[in-house]
Design a protein around this ligand. Sequence first.
Ligand SMILES: [Zn+2]
Length: 323
Amino acid sequence: MATIRLSSLDLGGIAEYLKSGACKSVVVLTGAGVSTGAGIPDFRSPGGLYDSLRPELITATENQRSAMRSDPTWVVMKDMFFANQLPYMEVRRPFILGTQHQKWKATISHWFIRFLEEEQFLTRLFTQNIDGLDYQTDLTRELVCNVHGSLGRVSCEGCQQEMPLDDFCVQVRKNIKDIYNVDPDAPKESSNIPCPSCSRPLVKPSTVLFGSSLPRDFFVHCQQELPKADLLIVAGTSLVVAPANQVVQMVGQDCPRLIVNKEPVGAELGIRYGSSATRDVFAGDRSCDEVFLELIRLMGWEDKLRRIRDRLPEGSQALVSAI
Ligand SMILES: [Zn+2]
């Protein structure tokens, strides 16, 4: 019989549990929803990258375009990338260049995770995001597991040789056209970027392509840390991408799980909402940032947040002013 660890299945119950001393190890899994407050589009939501993808603008064969039309995730698939690198490069161009310039700022959600580390709760952050915003909060790098890789590092899919991000961005600016129509200096036609080491056009940010295996450390951390976790926080992810979504099933039978998302997700993975819930807490109908702001308040961490107010995206600064 599993132990019931929360006094109430809401944010208040989570805060009480964190303060009780019984919760010593928190694992967090994040997705695109924690970065939308920074202005980075969520891939899967209406208006997000996949929804607004326009295959007719992408340099590809008719067959490749029709594949992208039926399933936009083709742009990040391994088979597509090895056949034609330009769909990935053209779709990612503004994200690659924006990452280089730190165009986006870490949100309240990212800072909440940093506060968890400061208070010695955080065992691991698994992030499915490739934007690298977690590092802006000075979160200890070793605590972060980039489940799907990162835009901040560049390497060759063929020979694995790394390339400095700045050198790569010079090539992206010069070789890859702008399908979003925001950069007047972009070339009108795209051409491939050869790997400086093996000359094949396979150099790209070190994000994990669909169809490739995940970094080994993901599986190691899952096995070592999830069964011992006292709390799992899942934020801003639709939990549809395997194997990252398996994280919710690898914690102990009585480990409370806080799901922060616009709609309830993970029912097919065994997360129980409403009257059948015993350990799962759903916090939705608001942005991730608003939920974490409330949790920060419940934890009495407002001063931490005020101290970093100027480092937040403008929209979030207004939220902090209200507390
Ligand atoms: Zn190479």
